[in-house]
Design a protein around this ligand. Structure first.
Ligand SMILES: Nc1nc2c(ncn2[C@@H]2O[C@H](COP(=O)(O)OP(=O)(O)OP(=O)(O)O)[C@@H](O)[C@H]2O)c(=O)[nH]1
Ligand SMILES: [Mg+2]
Length: 443
């Protein structure tokens, strides 16, 4: 899917990765490559220029986080901005309800209905189909056939010519089902007649979700179409079909997103499992090379989290919340070391030889549950802790009271240590005391 777009972006980023350093020329070249690729994918010109301006400004203006190279920083910026461009993810509703499918002739409604019926059925919703396309002679047969293939019941009578009547019957027939999906008829254009018909159908079906099928090969033109449907019949999301067969999918995707009609699903083939739930981060990650990017994203996220904690410690704020973050970080061993690295004057923390990671891990897991059982007040000001509170917390987190007390002791020790660290500079003696304290208590 979108091979050209993906390979264009990957090539552009590869050039950056190979460059000896990042300067204005490198960024300009990167931006030009990205522009060329996106325009070839039929992404709107204005959007492309806005995007590349942002990339340029950030790439030249922002300083990379400590621990991230300038090149990685630029790759992350490109990723961020592309994710913004294709829009926020919308949550897929897994509640029981009714879905009405709408769309023009041949947009892929019926096929897509089969796909999402299979999808929801797999998610555990008892699903059934209702065929309300009374205009195209073969429509009922097509839906019936699909339903047999995916093993989902279907009501698609050929002898009733009134869509409303069929809808009513379907609702009655499938009363005991969790999810009903209604097919509707298409037209060449969204004219008044189609709008009226869909509105009437909507009044009967009372759908929780109205999905619009739009073929991705429309490119940018998908945007105005989505807006028009939204205005005239109201839609809750777009099902972008035929993403597999076009280079213009990027254009269609971005155009829908900026008209406020979020893409929820994508069709990537004719088969019943050729369905993707749209997720902007995953989509962009894959587009620009998932493997490399994943480790970079994790690195940046870790650094961000550790930086926050380190900053709070430096400014003297160390409540249970920071402690909790620290414990969470420490579960991925080595994190504490990173936090320490960011505190000026703190040398590398060496682990003792007899350090038992698994024991430590189970202890930290326990502590995590303990902190999760604390009230907001207790977390913000652990000095309010009392025997009765300790009892309650132990019960709530399924540990012994002695575990809670141990955690409190460790918190107090750490807090003391943090206070010393965040004091002005570190003298030799002080540092030695801190290290001793740390080793004694923690490891
Ligand atoms: N390659 C590809 N083909 C698709 C996809 N979705 C649908 N199609 C094909 O598009 C054609 C039209 O699909 P339908 O599901 O019949 O479209 P429709 O909107 O129900 O059409 P009408 O009921 O005539 O309005 C069929 O040949 C499908 O196999 C997709 O994601 N990828
Ligand atoms: Mg159809």
């Amino acid at each position: 899917m979108l091979e050209k777009l993906g390979s264009g972006l990957r090539d552009a980023l590869r050039k950056i990765a190979k460059a000896g350093y990042v300067d204005k020329d490198t960024v300009n070249e990167l931006v030009k490559d990205i522009q060329r690729t996106l325009l070839a994918g039929d992404v709107n010109v204005r959007l492309v220029f806005e995007l590349t301006e942002k990339i340029k400004k950030r790439a030249l203006g922002e300083k990379p986080e400590k621990g991230v190279t300038a090149r990685e920083h630029v790759v992350k910026i490109v990723y961020d901005e592309l994710v913004n461009l294709v829009g926020k993810d919308v949550e897929i509703n897994l509640q029981p309800g009714r879905i009405l499918f709408v769309g023009l002739f041949g947009s892929g409604k019926t096929t897509s209905i089969g796909k999402i019926a299979k999808f929801y059925q797999k998610k555990g919703l008892k699903t059934a189909l209702v065929g309300c396309d009374v205009h195209r002679p073969a429509a009922m047969d097509q839906l019936m056939q699909l339903s047999t293939e995916i093993n989902v019941p279907c009501y698609a009578p050929k002898d009733i010519k009134d869509a409303i009547e069929i809808a009513k019957n379907g609702i009655e027939k499938f009363k005991k089902y969790d999810l009903l999906i209604f097919d509707s008829s298409g037209r060449d254009a969204l004219d008044k007649e189609l709008a009226d018909e869909l509105r009437k159908l909507g009044e009967t079906v009372q759908p929780d979700e109205v999905l619009l099928a739009i073929p991705a090969d429309l490119g940018q033109a998908a945007g105005p179409q989505a807006s028009e449907f939204k205005k005239l019949v109201g839609i809750t999301g777009v099902f972008l079909t035929k993403m597999d067969g076009t280079a213009r999918g990027g254009g269609a995707l971005t155009a829908c997103s900026i008209t406020g009609s979020p893409v929820k699903f994508m069709g990537v083939g004719e088969k019943m499992d050729a369905l993707e739930v749209f997720n902007s981060e995953r989509f962009i990650s894959r587009l620009i090379g998932f493997g490399d990017l994943q480790s970079l994203l994790e690195k940046v996220k870790d650094i961000g989290m550790e930086k926050d904690t380190a900053e709070k410690i430096m400014t003297g704020k160390f409540t249970m919340n920071e402690f909790y973050e620290q414990i969470k970080g420490m579960q991925k061993m080595g994190s504490l070391k990173n936090v320490m690295d960011m505190v000026p004057g703190m040398p590398m923390l060496k682990l003792p030889k007899d350090f038992d990671a698994s024991k430590q891990e189970s202890k930290m897991k326990k502590w995590k549950y303990v902190i999760e059982s604390m009230t907001l007040e207790e977390k913000n000001d652990p000095s309010v802790m009392s025997p009765s509170r300790i009892k309650r917390i132990a019960k709530g987190s399924g540990v012994q009271e002695s575990d809670v007390r141990e955690l409190m002791r460790y918190y107090e020790q750490t807090k003391k240590m943090m206070k010393m660290v965040s004091g002005k500079g570190l003298r030799r003696g002080k540092l030695g005391r801190i290290m001793k304290m740390f080793k004694g208590k923690m490891f």
